[in-house]
Write a protein that binds this ligand. Structure first.
Ligand SMILES: Nc1ncnc2c1ncn2[C@@H]1O[C@H](COP(=O)(O)OP(=O)(O)OP(=O)(O)O)[C@@H](O)[C@H]1O
Ligand SMILES: [Mg+2]
Length: 215
């Protein structure tokens, strides 16, 4: 079972959106997927309540229940768990990161968002967990993206796929769908499929490196 968490202190950066969109993309591949909503705001849970399909499954819990929930998820043959975490709650972020195989840090290409990432990155690095930034809510193109990529790459690896500011992300949240279900031929759906593919490849490489331990 693989565990991926979406973490950053900065509110509104796109944690929940990336979590449910990637979870749906994995579900559409035929994986058994569980979303864990650790945010007291319950945005992912609200999304799930508006969803007709009961899959991917979603549970809402507090960080002190995460360990046992992951054991149960493994017993119940889930393939992948996506953890959506609360912003501004460093202890909860640390619990999620400690239990994850890969941490994704969403970040808008703004000065305020980029300034807010170091504490989260330090927590993840202290735990020795693989981590990557994903730029979100970007303009379609332009220097803001390249400047943000350059700035973030000093702190850690940056996914080559970013999500542009698009209505599909906001509208799919309101109707309990992932963007790949909401508008499968749309640009947002393309972004999420590419991002999910990249995350999977990255995780395969990490697993290989850990299991072979050539170093
Ligand atoms: N690529 C995007 N394009 C347009 N809107 C987006 C995009 N990504 C996220 N959003 C919107 O931005 C808002 C914040 O996103 P989201 O709720 O995913 O962030 P969050 O990091 O989970 O926030 P919080 O810290 O409050 O939990 C939402 O209204 C969401 O629909
Ligand atoms: Mg959220």
């Amino acid at each position: 079972m693989q565990v991926i968490s979406f973490v950053t202190q900065k509110g509104g950066s796109g944690k929940t959106t990336l979590a449910f969109c990637c979870a749906v993309a994995a579900y559409q591949q035929g994986k058994e997927v569980l979303i864990v909503d650790m945010d007291p705001q319950g945005t992912a849970e609200k999304w799930y309540q508006d969803r007709e399909d009961e899959r991917p499954r979603l549970v809402r819990l507090e960080s002190n229940k995460l360990d046992s929930a992951l054991t149960k998820a493994e017993d119940n043959n889930f393939d992948i768990v996506f953890i959506d975490t609360p912003g501004r709650d460093e202890p909860a972020i640390a619990v999620a990161a400690r239990n994850s195989d890969f941490c994704i840090v969403p970040c808008r290409p703004t000065f305020a968002d980029m300034k807010a990432t170091p504490p989260t990155i330090q927590t993840i690095k202290r735990l020795n967990k693989p981590v990557a930034f994903v730029l979100t809510q970007t303009p379609p193109r332009g220097y803001r993206i390249t400047e943000a990529e350059k700035g973030l790459s000093v702190l850690g690896s940056v996914a080559p796929v970013h999500t542009v500011m698009r209505n599909d992300y906001q509208d799919s949240l309101g109707v309990g769908l992932g963007v790949t279900e909401y508008q499968p031929e749309g640009k947002a759906a393309d972004e999420i499929r590419s991002l999910w593919q990249w995350i999977q490849k990255k995780m395969e490489k990490n697993t290989y490196a850990q299991e072979t331990n050539f170093a």
